[in-house]
Design a protein around this ligand. Structure first.
Ligand code: C2E
Ligand code: MG
Ligand code: MG
Length: 600
């Protein structure tokens, strides 16, 4: 065998045989192959040398006085380092029974005497190589298991482990009739701190927080958690996990009274709130902690988690840097709102928002000429949340600015994607909330955005609400003109629901009026129809395009076709669709066959 075939580190082989001559010959063969050899002359010595020397392979004679090789083999397999070690047993008998017995005892390979010395070295090399390959695979598997259950940044158990832990702990608490406490810990203003110190330092900060949590809880008097009837062998020390972002959890088992939980919570509070040294920065990061007690605040994991979460939001609402125990009154509407505010912050950070597009159809050609971008929130627990629920919250807290910028970015990204498919360009309508519009520098922002995204301005139509542009109309004229000069299309959304002054409407450089869907829904009533008629007439007289939204059935469609609205939008044609489905939608041509009466 050439020297290049030899393993890179010097393999150590334990040769166990009561026959000194065999040991000597074996040693010579193996040393000639570049391996190191340690020897043992009987069973007990083999085990002793095995533990001390940690060999890479064991060479084991079956027939030894006292303890047989088979017994030794079994014993080695029970040792922690012995589980996967290659063991070659050497037996004098080659009948099937003794070979089976060898494998049963845990042997990897067997050899019958007399040993063919010229082949021995090579056989051992092969076994070592197979064993190395196996160990590499095993390390990889361990790594995968680790990644599945642990957060690589802080090395704490992750959300998945947390779920399993909590399940296990609650089951055990039920069996033992004991209480458990679940703490939800969320860092206050983490995003702001993270943005200001940089994400690299933000990561280090999270690692430090994880360290402090672990230390604080390890120091906690472990005796508190030990009870006499510990029939389970799994650990009952406090369980810590990182659910993601700046959210951590702690589960305490066998809680005797709330005083104890309170003590732990205030210690966590204190320890996390100490300044953290990060090079030139020493940020102070306070936590808000929500606590729910099993079984009082929830008998199943879901309820307990929800209630600890709610308590955490109350802690935030009541000034942060504090802990709150859950109580039933917390489930009021106000708390839900606060909760949504916080969750929305996470949503923006964690990519939980998505866009859908709803087609707008030209009444003359039946073709899709534009699409309205509509935002969706894929909430990890609640599923799809309607923008009608969260847009008002985002508007109130100012998060709408960030959200609106995100929407624009997504639209640009999707346009790039559609362009790459070579489909015909179409207009995209983007909703702009009142706060976004009233922000001082919207035109500037849009200019920068267009420059950065390489998007042509005439591909965008901004949908502004009637009330947003009518409040302080005089100032808004300038802003609308600035937007118009950039080359954007402008539409007034939900038209008819606010108060419009005709004199201003005339002076606004707008392109489109969008009839609010509530009027379309009321078309079967005389007053609903009257409003729609009036809006269409107004639009025509001002030379504006008019679009009807919320069309759900044929009656509404035939009415609007009859009245010659320019564009049509509604579930009747299509619900909002995924960006991937847009190219297919563009190829569609809608048709209808209503006799146009031509009168109004
Ligand atoms: P909107 O701008 O008036 O959008 C039209 C809404 O009507 C959409 O609801 C759409 O899904 C829904 N709709 C369309 N056709 C029909 C129909 O035939 N029947 C019924 N019943 N509904 C129909 P969505 O997506 O839930 O959005 C609700 C509102 O949330 C929007 O009203 C808009 O004001 C706001 N919004 C949505 N996306 C954004 C956004 O990206 N930014 C801002 N600022 N607001 C947004
Ligand atoms: Mg709209
Ligand atoms: Mg609307």
């Amino acid at each position: 065998m050439s020297s290049t075939d030899k393993p890179r580190h010097r393999a150590k082989i334990l040769v166990s045989d009561d026959d000194q001559i065999v040991r000597l010959l074996t040693r010579q063969c193996l040393e000639a192959e570049g391996m190191a050899v340690v020897e043992a002359a009987d069973g007990p010595e083999t085990l002793e040398v095995f533990v001390r020397e940690r060999p890479d392979l064991v060479f084991l004679d079956v027939e030894m006085p006292g303890m047989t090789g088979l017994e030794v083999c079994e014993r080695i397999r029970q040792l922690p380092q012995g589980e996967n070690i290659p063991i070659m047993i050497v037996t004098g008998s080659d009948d099937r029974q003794s070979i089976d017995a060898g494998f049963q005892a845990g042997a990897t390979q067997y050899k019958t005497k007399p040993v063919n010395w010229s082949l021995l070295g090579r056989d051992v090399q092969y076994m070592l190589r197979a064993s190395n390959a196996f160990n590499a695979l095993k390390r990889q598997e361990d790594r995968l298991r680790y990644l599945a259950y642990y957060d690589p940044l802080t090395s704490l158990p992750n959300r998945r482990s947390f779920n399993e832990q909590l399940n296990r702990i609650l089951k055990r608490s039920q069996r033992r009739n004991s209480n458990a406490a679940l703490m939800f810990i969320d860092l206050d203003h983490f995003k702001r701190i993270n943005d200001s110190i940089g994400h690299g330092r933000g990561d280090r900060l999270l690692v430090e927080i994880a360290k402090r949590l672990t230390m604080e809880l390890r120091e906690d008097d472990a005796v508190n958690y030990l009870s006499e009837d510990d029939e389970d062998d799994d650990s009952i020390s406090p369980e810590i996990a990182r659910l993601g972002g700046d959210e951590f959890t702690v589960v305490l088992s066998d809680v005797e009274d709330t005083m104890h939980v309170e003590r732990v919570a205030s210690r966590i509070l204190q320890s996390l709130s100490e300044p953290i040294a990060l090079q030139s920065h020493n940020p102070v990061v306070t936590p808000s902690i929500g606590i729910a007690i099993y079984p009082h605040d929830g008998k199943d994991p879901d309820t307990l988690v929800r209630n600890a979460d709610t308590a955490m939001y109350v802690a935030k609402a009541e000034g942060r840097a504090c802990y709150r125990f859950y109580d039933e009154e917390m489930n009021s509407r106000a708390v839900e709102q606060l909760k949504m505010e916080e969750e929305l912050r996470h949503a923006l950070r964690n990519n939980e928002l998505e866009l859908r597009y709803q087609p707008q159809i030209d009444i003359h050609s039946g073709e899709v000429v534009s699409m309205e971008a509509l935002v969706r929130w894929k909430h990890p627990e609640r599923g799809m949340v309607s923008p009608l629920e969260f847009i008002p919250v985002a508007e109130r807290t100012g998060q709408i600015i960030e959200l609106g910028e995100w929407v624009m970015g997504e639209v640009a990204r999707h346009c790039l994607y559609w362009d790459s498919l070579g489909i015909r360009p179409f207009r995209i309508c983007v909703n702009i909330s009142p706060l976004q519009f009233n922000q001082g520098d919207l035109p500037d922002w849009i200019l920068r955005f267009l420059e950065h995204s390489q998007l042509a301005p005439d591909r965008l139509e901004l949908e502004l609400t009637e009330s947003a542009i009518m409040t302080d109309a005089e100032t808004n004229i300038a802003k609308l003109r600035a937007l118009k000069e950039i080359g954007l299309h402008l539409a007034v959304d939900d038209f008819g629901t606010g108060y419009s002054s005709l004199s201003y409407l005339k002076r606004f450089p707008i392109d489109t009026l969008k009839i609010d869907q509530s009027f379309v829904a009321d078309l079967h009533r005389a007053d609903g129809a009257a409003i729609v008629d009036a809006i269409i007439a107004l639009a025509k007289s001002l030379n504006l395009r008019v679009i009807a939204e919320g069309i759900e059935d044929e009656n509404q469609l035939s009415y609007l076709v009859d009245k010659q609205a320019d564009l049509l939008q509604g579930f009747y044609f299509s619900r909002p669709i995924y960006p991937e489905d847009v190219p297919g939608m563009l190829r569609q041509k809608f048709s209808w066959d209503f006799r146009e009466t031509g009168t109004s």
